[in-house]
Each structure stands twice: as C-alpha cells, then as structure tokens.
Write a protein that binds this ligand. Structure first.
Ligand SMILES: Cc1cc2nc3c(=O)[nH]c(=O)nc-3n(C[C@H](O)[C@H](O)[C@H](O)COP(=O)(O)O)c2cc1C
Length: 205
C-alpha cells in the first residue's frame, strides 16, 4: 500500500477515497474482534486513516448524508477527532477530510494508560449535546443513554474494520476529560465520551 505522509502544516487535509476491499467476511471479522493494549509505534498511512474513519462514521449514502453508524433520530451528534503524532484533527465526514484543531502531539492527553501515546492514532468521540437537544422529540432524560449508544455503534464499526484490516484497537473510558476537552477547544455543550486507540499490535493473536 502506498504511503501518503501526513503534512503537519496543513490545516485542512483531504483524505483519499477510501479503498473498500476488506479481505475478511463480516463473520470472520466478528470472530477476530478483540481489544489490544500493546502497540508498535509504527505510523498508519493516510489511506488507512481514511478507510478507518469512513468505516467508523463516514457517509455511506451521499444523497441523504446517511452514515455508516446509526444515531438517535439521525442527529449525527457525535464528533470524531483523530489525534496523531502530527497534530489533532476533526473528521468532516461530508467532505471526507480532516480539519485541524490542535498542533503538536496530543496523544498522551487522550487517555491515562501507558500504551495510549504509543498507538499511532487515538480517536476521540465527542457528544454535541446541542445537536441532540435540537431534535426536540427526544426525552432529555434519555439523551445520555442515546448518546452512549450512538458512540458505541461507531466504536464497534472501528473494531470490526480493524479486525478485517489487520489493525489493533481498544476503546477507552479512562480519560482526563477536562484536560482533553480543553486541548481540543471543546465548547460547554460538547463532552468527551470515549476514546479509541488504533495501530499495530505488538503481539499477534
Ligand atoms: C464503554 C467502554 C469503556 C472501556 N474503557 C476501557 C479503558 O478505559 N481502558 C481499557 O483498556 N479498556 C477499556 N474498555 C475495553 C474493555 O475492557 C474490553 O472490551 C473488555 O475487557 C473485553 O475485552 P475484548 O474487547 O477483547 O472482548 C472499555 C470498553 C467499553 C465498552
């Protein structure tokens, strides 16, 4: 696979069209799905990041802006951030591009476990509570539950994509949310839900 390096100077980074040709059936990927907590420091290519983000929460029905993961009343209230050694970006699914939100290596801020800054990519899932509230017919008491489920659907897409693509991953809740939210410039109605490390396993299963 050709390697397109990240350009740490770019504020907007167009992602290549994702190559959607996994070599595993969905059932085989389900059989392989597991969490990994030991990573090699090797970087992912831009093509790998592109396919991963598309699988996680990309647009799969451009006519209606439908996404690969369902969300409550199609609120699409989850914002996905990609934190790499080169910087921090927000995923713009409609344009399939990355928009810079931070410079420098913020990976260590995405979790409290030792392996977190070793994994080349850490995804951060942020719930935009205003967007959930804008869909007026959702009982506010249920917002937290629905947002959690919506994040979980993306998380599992990433797990299955990784299983099919030979990548390693683990979803994580152990995060200093205040520090990470500040580093990402989140607004008060935007809350860090979970993070997910992605990379290459140090040991193979
Ligand atoms: C909501 C949620 C939060 C999690 N938080 C962490 C975490 O902070 N750190 C971690 O190492 N694993 C975390 N995990 C991963 C679980 O520990 C893991 O899925 C579980 O042990 C089962 O292992 P498996 O994924 O290999 O089947 C989390 C999983 C979920 C669903």
């Amino acid at each position: 696979m050709a390697t397109i390096p990240f350009d740490p100077l770019m504020d907007t980074m167009q992602l290549p069209t994702p190559r959607l040709q996994g070599n595993l059936t969905l059932e085989a990927a389900l059989k392989k799905r597991h969490s990994t907590r030991e990573y090699l420091p090797d970087a992912l290519t831009l093509e790998q990041v592109s396919a991963l983000l598309w699988a996680g929460f990309g647009v799969n029905r451009p006519g209606s802006w439908g996404r690969t993961a369902p969300t409550t009343c199609d609120t699409q209230e989850i914002i996905v951030y990609a934190i790499l050694s080169e910087g921090a970006w927000r995923y713009d699914a409609r344009e399939h591009r990355l928009l810079r939100v931070g410079t420098g290596d913020l990976r260590a801020l995405t979790g409290t476990q030792d392996f977190v800054p070793v994994a080349p990519l850490n995804l951060v899932y942020v719930v935009d509570q205003e967007r959930m509230a804008a869909a007026g017919d959702i009982d506010p008491q249920e917002h937290g539950v629905f947002a959690g489920v919506d994040v979980g659907c993306i998380v599992e897409n990433i797990y299955l994509y990784c299983a099919g693509a030979g990548l390693a991953t683990v979803v994580r809740g152990q995060i200093d949310r205040r520090a990470l939210g500040a580093a990402l410039g989140l607004r008060p109605h935007q809350r860090v839900a979970l993070a997910q490390s992605v990379g290459f396993a140090r040991t193979t299963h």
